[in-house]
Design a protein around this ligand. Sequence first.
Ligand SMILES: [Ca+2]
Ligand SMILES: [Ca+2]
Ligand SMILES: [Ca+2]
Length: 495
Amino acid sequence: MLATATNYLPYEGLVNFIPNEGPYVITSDLTLSDEHLWFDSNRPNNLPEYGKVMKVTPQIVNIGNATASNVKIRISTNDEYVSLIGSTGTVTELLLTVPSIAAQDTVSNPPIFFFKVSDLAPANHNSVIKLETVFGNDTVRQNKPVQLYAPQLAITSMTIDDTEQGNGNHRADFGETFNCVLTIANAGNMPISGGNLFIETPGDELALPANPIQFSAIDANSTATVSFQVTANSTIQEPTIAFIKSSLWVNYYFAANNFPVKIGAVVEDWETAGFTNMEWQNSSSKPWTIVTTAPYEGTYCAKSGAIGGSSSTMLRISAVSTVADSISFFYKVSSEENYDKLSFKIDGQTKEEWSGSTGWTRASFPVEAGTHTYTWTYSKDYWGNQGHDCAYIDAISFPSGVVNNPVGIHETENTASFQIWPNPTTDYIHVRMDGNIEGTSCVYRLFSMDGKLLQGGHLTDSNCEININNYNSGVYILEIEDNLHQTQSAKIIKK
Ligand SMILES: [Ca+2]
Ligand SMILES: [Ca+2]
Ligand SMILES: [Ca+2]
């Protein structure tokens, strides 16, 4: 018999058609116990949790109308997370025997058996114990479901709290000390009593505390946060993206995640009182202006140009972002609803439009890695004005690792030097080694911005090509190691 309903797990059960004479033996229930686990007295809850050996007491019933003699129950399972335990260790099959059961009777002191739950059992896993009961010429087959219990861990997010020792703008700034707050989720059906978190960073932009970092108990189906103090290297004075790699182990359950940390994120807050902070295009016949009229933050914000009907005024910027992230800003409009609008476009595609009367509102849009053009346009239809008839924007936060100017070779204390071109590029990077360095003794490695090695090898000539045609648009790091094992690196921008 199969019973199903919307939003419920299907139930599959056997309907016994019992002969109206003779014995009929079934196992009505399996009672699980962990009371025998004197060595694991912390969790005596009779639940089949990972790593436990469970004692099983079957309720054996003769629902027929005659005595059953010489009853044999064969027990097996195909489940990869449950193993039957016999006197010699793990076995594939167990045999229980009951000499006789009277009609309509339950075995008062039934034979027991044991199974072990795997150390690797997934949370909420449904395992099946198979029972084959033989009495006389009859055989009854039953499948008994047993749900297993385990944690299921993930490190889901990281936020920056710079309210205690930093400047409270919720971003990592140059030389700032702040707290990183990681969220650990336990989506399983078993709590954990705590564990050790390990963190590392591939570069030297961030100073991290020593490992491990302890975190406390997390209930089943709950989250907890763990916080640690980080300092951004004060010698870094350009917007940079650093990474924190985090991992944790609780017995055999593992979770890991990498998080980017924007240091000195590129923000346009108009506090320079002009459009010169970044390379803005503001060349409409009625261009945007900087005003002090109730900005979202600071003293200044940008206001759309004073246009008439059937015209528009546009503010635009192009930038490269090194990783997939987002752009956010605050807008305020005061206009004729549905007719005179502020629109925001990424690469010419309208993301959203706003009209009518709004207060300062935050807007945020995801951005893929690569070069993008962001456009804010205030446009009017042919007829009608309302409110201030304009739009305002303030506090634009650009995606992680926005690069305003492509960066060439980064010189270190090294006698060798390299030239790399073109940069930005679309498919090939040419590398030329200057001076008297033999090309074949040099090694190159190409990394993604999160530190993953993409390709590497020996440079075969003093003037060689590296093919990056297969990679996505974005920023990559090319590292070159010379014959003295000194390395230099450069940011490569793939268009
Ligand atoms: Ca800050
Ligand atoms: Ca401002
Ligand atoms: Ca209008």
